[in-house]
Design a protein around this ligand. Structure first.
Ligand SMILES: *[C@@H]1O[C@H](CO)[C@@H](O)[C@H](O)[C@H]1NC(C)=O
Ligand SMILES: *[C@@H]1O[C@H](CO)[C@@H](O)[C@H](O)[C@H]1NC(C)=O
Ligand SMILES: *[C@@H]1O[C@H](CO)[C@@H](O)[C@H](O)[C@H]1NC(C)=O
Ligand SMILES: *[C@@H]1O[C@H](CO)[C@@H](O)[C@H](O)[C@H]1NC(C)=O
Ligand SMILES: *[C@@H]1O[C@H](CO)[C@@H](O)[C@H](O)[C@H]1NC(C)=O
Length: 492
């Protein structure tokens, strides 16, 4: 790696890259590549006569579920983002997901959010525009405690307004999980983990852990007496093979020029696409792809990824989905031609006559949550939220400190109740604006034009993208803050 010693910030950035590269899976963990060859020696065994989808059980398999033929199977692509959500990072993510699915809805992605330096108003915007928010611990630690997992979830709900029932996924920081991590997730009611690596032979579709893990077997996690957690799903992360057949997992763009990365990625994608149609993943840390003053320009890397994603989106039957959407399909697999009609694949924005603080541009004036955000400042920690500011900075032990405003007093924000979706909740008016099944939505699908597959008919050509306006606000104004945030990634 080249090392420009021009500024302290450069050194920090280099270190950040190395940190991620080595510890969060850019190159496989030591032993993994060698062990990959031997992964057939896995002790995983699952009897498809016993483990049936009808009972919520799915064995690890490289073939599509329920006997679907690959040619009828949608090719899912999951784009995931890790760590804090900040304005510039949000912009990077939106640029990457600027594609349309065959049903005319915007491509969706999943963000594994850690708490420090996260702007919770953007958590809400990400969720409200149809993307997934998932748990990446409070302080970004490997082999996390229950508390690390739960403090994160509580804050995503309290300050980001993500309904508790919609925070279903987890990824271990540094991809460093153990059977205890999976036990915690099961006990805490999570739907899935996505921390394991799929190299080649173990590029399985998502599966339930009724019969334990089938990936990362080189660590011993697949062995007898290890994890068996009925109903908890594992969504493996699919590695890309580089030009010397080293599996690259996260942040593949660190390891080669954009044209190399594109080639490696397309080669692996095509193996899935022309094989068992296993999902394909693009896993990034948006900090690497976001420009900061004084640092090397990441634009070529980002442009390369944006163009790779665009290329994939032009293939028939390719769908950009959240991990939750992927699992919704796994639970009831339908042909690609039926996918666009499924409720979970639709894109609809509530019709609300005035601007409320819900992560959307309700009055269509180009600004999300116009003038309604609270700004919470605690020295180095600053975030915006539609909800109450805590009186002190949240900590691992106290993720929800007492509010600054008291219930009933002016300025109090009413927390999201469990029976209302964020998009319809007015935290200032204390009202759920949708209390029946009759609530009015506008379809935000756009016309599409795919060459084959016959599934490219948009449900409604009159809408506009619900995602387009959500990033126009909230630029980070000051370099100091940016630098603080960047330094912070060392510890995240
Ligand atoms: C999305 O793509 C369109 C056309 O390709 C472009 O005009 C627009 O600026 C892009 N939006 C973002 C957020 O990158
Ligand atoms: C990963 O987990 C192991 C086992 O708990 C621990 O010893 C190691 O320090 C962790 N590494 C990181 C980077 O969290
Ligand atoms: C593989 O790709 C890397 C990074 O793009 C390049 O530096 C290297 O020369 C290539 N090696 C081979 C054997 O093609
Ligand atoms: C499309 O949406 C518009 C407004 O959202 C609505 O008026 C129209 O009836 C819809 N068309 C179809 C075919 O659903
Ligand atoms: C859509 O498809 C038609 C015919 O297949 C083609 O003429 C047209 O250029 C396409 N439009 C776009 C925007 O790709």
């Amino acid at each position: 790696m080249r090392f420009h010693r021009t500024t302290i910030a450069t050194a920090i950035a280099t270190f950040v890259s190395l940190t991620f590269a080595q510890s969060e899976g850019n190159t496989m963990l030591p032993g993994a590549a060698a062990a990959a060859a031997a992964s057939s020696a896995s002790t995983y065994s699952c009897d498809t006569n016993v483990c049936k989808l009808a009972n919520g059980c799915v064995c690890a398999s490289k073939n599509p579920p329920n006997g679907l033929s690959p040619s009828d199977t949608p090719q899912f692509v999951t784009v995931t983002f890790d760590d804090s959500i900040q304005p510039q990072l949000y912009k990077t993510a939106k640029r990457m997901l600027n594609v349309t699915n065959p049903n005319g809805c915007s491509g969706r992605g999943t963000w594994y959010v850690s708490m420090q330096y996260t702007d919770f108003s953007l958590v809400q915007q990400w969720y409200s525009s149809g993307n997934e928010i998932a748990d990446h611990t409070f302080s970004h630690v490997g082999t996390p405690s229950d508390q690390e997992i739960m403090s994160c979830k509580e804050m995503l709900n309290t300050y980001g307004g993500v309904p508790n029932g919609k925070i279903q996924g987890f990824r271990a920081p540094f991809l460093n999980y153990t059977k205890e991590t999976l036990n915690h997730l099961s006990k805490l009611g999570f739907l899935y983990d996505s921390s394991s690596s799929a190299l080649q032979d173990d590029a399985y579709w998502p599966y339930t852990l009724d019969y334990g893990m089938a990936n990362d077997c080189w660590t011993g996690i697949c062995g007898a007496g290890q994890t068996k957690l009925p109903g908890l799903w594992e969504i493996p992360m699919y590695a890309v093979l580089d030009n010397i057949s080293t599996p690259q997992l996260m942040d593949v763009y660190i390891s080669g020029q954009p044209e190399d990365v594109t080639k490696w990625s397309l080669d692996t994608f095509n193996k899935h696409y022309n094989g068992g149609r296993q999902p394909f993943g693009i896993y990034v840390h948006p900090t690497h792809l976001t420009g900061y003053p004084g640092l090397p320009d990441p634009a070529p890397k980002l442009d390369g990824l944006v163009s790779l994603i665009k290329t994939l989106s032009e293939k028939p039957d390719v769908w950009f989905v959240t991990n939750q959407q992927l699992l919704q399909w796994m639970k009831n697999p339908v042909k690609a031609s039926e996918l666009g009609k499924q409720d979970y694949m639709r894109c609809e924005q509530p019709v609300i006559a005035k601007e409320i603080c819900n992560g959307l541009d309700d009055d269509n004036n180009g600004n999300v949550d116009d003038g309604l955000l609270n700004s919470c400042n605690f020295g180095t920690t600053t975030f915006n939220t539609c909800f109450n500011c805590p009186s002190t900075a949240p900590t691992l032990d106290t993720p929800k400190p007492a509010n600054t405003a008291q219930a009933g007093s002016a300025g109090f924000r009413y927390p999201l109740p469990n029976d209302c979706d964020t998009k319809w909740w007015d935290p200032i008016g204390n009202a759920c604006l949708c209390t029946s099944t009759e609530c009015q939505y506008k379809d935000t699908a756009v016309p599409v034009n795919r060459t084959a597959g016959g599934n490219g008919v948009a449900s409604n050509g009159s809408g506009s993208s619900s995602d387009a306006n959500s990033i126009l606000n909230n630029q980070l104004e000051n370099v100091f803050l940016i630098t603080v945030a960047l330094v912070a990634t060392l510890f995240l």
